[in-house]
Ligand binder design. Structure first.
Ligand code: ADP
Length: 480
């Protein structure tokens, strides 16, 4: 059944004020893998108080001192790789190999920002008048409320709290309801790393109530969010009332374009990574595949061959390449997109159904699926599918495919496969996306900026850009 775990507020492990708890279910098997305290705005308020109280001394530590805590945490996370990966896989179903990679990514974020903490440089600017001096300081924004999703339950946390803590902010984290157990394990490591009480707090519970407290409590200065565009907009609207700072990593609808001069094997490999990793549940996942008419048949054949070899199953088993969807709602959305595409003339050339027999009986599994004859009128061309379905569109003209690729309210990631250098540059410049992978289906790295154009978000995570999100710029004018 798994253990009952608490929240972490002001350096103490506590139950919810309400006494409520939540059970966490493994989407591969339907079994309960643990339970956790499930709080609300009252717990969030306590955590914000604690973070506010801790802010003064934490922000006044030298960067080198803050850095040491982050280094220690990075080492602890690395050492706990297998254990954390096991929890991630049991909570949300991703294959163990991917979960281990995620944990190492989190450790890399902690170490990166341990370094970056030391490089928060200000500036002096020549004055227009002789008796003044201009100095620019960079200071932490204050208490940060971080809200994270279930698809990368450890690394999404790291990508927010590492730069925030490095900058001198204190944090209240609210993880997704589906995946509190990995966040709790991470916080046990945070405790072990010796962070002073109140600097990093964990509140698990009702999203609307906790979100509202983040919006309304004047002691909280900034909201860092990764999740749906719908909730991101709600939070932005709410944050506007106090002009709170926001960073938003929202939905995506990535095009993946294969030109006739592409290395087709590399393109299939890239597509597989960008579409089937995490069972298609990433905001940078391919959601539309455009293949040039001349190579469409050959590409489809190679893709189907690859999918035939992909083992779908429980993420905890070594041979699994594609896990289940996170829950029934997620599965139903994917099936609805497939049904809608079929209804509007799409042809399913591979997969297309829920898996229900034998080992799949109690889980939320969808076959890896390829649909051809896809048009812009289909749901799958407009909404984020968040599942292992490839909608394939044939094209002939470069300008037209760029128009189609950009024809969405999203703008997170786009992928292009071509061996023509000039085309590489044209695509990099013309695609209205925050991340463009050229002959690269897995472009994320700790030190690179990650974030979206248009309704895919505001701000960037990663590298020095991620640090900027947690810093204010202060101009000091000295009269001398
Ligand atoms: P998804 O549909 O992928 O779960 P959500 O945007 O619903 O995406 O969830 C992402 C995170 O946002 C989760 O931690 C979730 O609990 C939280 N969340 C959902 N609704 C709200 C809300 N109204 N206010 C604040 N956070 C919310």
């Amino acid at each position: 059944m798994g253990e009952y775990k608490q929240m972490y507020i002001n350096g103490e492990w506590v139950s919810a004020e309400s006494g409520e708890t939540i059970q966490i279910v493994n989407p591969a098997t339907g079994e309960v893998v643990g339970s956790a305290a499930f709080g609300d705005d009252r717990d969030a308020k306590k955590a914000i108080e604690a973070a506010h109280e801790a802010f003064g001394s934490w922000s006044r530590l030298t960067a080198r001192e803050r850095s040491k805590y982050l280094y220690t945490l990075s080492e602890l996370v690395k050492k706990s790789r297998d254990e954390l990966a096991g929890i991630i896989s049991a909570e949300m179903g991703k294959p163990l190999g991917e979960a281990k990679g995620e944990v190492l990514g989190a450790a890399d974020n902690f170490v990166w920002y341990a370094e970056e903490a030391k490089r928060v440089y200000g500036e002096t600017i020549p004055s227009s008048v002789p008796n003044k001096r201009i100095m620019v300081l960079r200071q932490p924004v204050g208490v940060v409320g971080a809200i994270t999703p279930w698809n990368f339950p450890v690394n999404m946390v790291a990508r927010k709290i590492a730069p925030a803590l490095a900058a001198g902010c204190t944090v209240v984290l609210k993880p997704a309801e589906a995946t509190p157990l990995s966040a709790i394990r991470l916080f046990e490591l945070i405790e072990q790393a010796g962070f002073p009480k109140g600097v990093v707090n964990l509140v698990i519970g009702k999203p609307e109530l906790i979100g509202q407290e983040f919006i309304e409590n004047p002691k909280l200065s900034k909201i860092g969010f990764t999740g749906s565009t719908r909730v991101g907009k709600l939070l932005m609207e709410g944050a506007a009332k106090q002009v709170k700072r926001v960073s938003m990593e929202l939905g995506g609808h990535a095009p993946f374009i294969v030109f006739p001069d592409a290395d087709l094997d590399a393109a299939v490999k890239g597509l597989f990574e960008s579409k089937f990793r995490n069972s298609g549940q990433m905001c940078i996942c391919t959601n539309r595949l455009y293949v040039h008419e001349d190579v469409a048949d050959a590409f489809t054949e190679k893709l189907v061959e690859r999918l035939k070899r992909a083992k779908v199953g429980d993420g905890r088993l070594k041979e699994t390449e594609i896990g289940p969807l996170v829950n029934e709602r997620a599965l139903n959305k994917v099936l609805e997109h497939i049904a809608d595409a079929k209804e509007k003339g799409g042809q399913v050339v591979y997969g297309g159904s829920r898996l229900t027999e034998g080992e799949y009986a109690n889980g939320f599994y969808c076959e890896p699926t390829v649909i051809t004859g896809v048009t812009e009128a289909m749901k799958i061309s407009q909404e984020e599918t968040f599942g292992p379905v490839v909608p394939l569109v044939r094209f002939t003209d470069e300008a037209e495919v760029v128009r189609q690729a950009n024809n969405t309210r999203y703008g997170l990631a786009a992928y292009v496969y071509t061996r023509d250098n000039q085309r590489c540059f044209r695509m990099a410049e013309q695609l209205e996306y925050g991340i463009v992978g050229i002959n690269d289906g897995a472009p994320t790295q700790t030190q690179a900026p990650f974030g979206g154009f248009k309704e895919s978000g505001i701000g960037r995570e990663g590298g020095r850009y991620g640090m900027d999100e947690y810093l204010e710029t202060k101009f000091v004018s000295f009269g001398i």
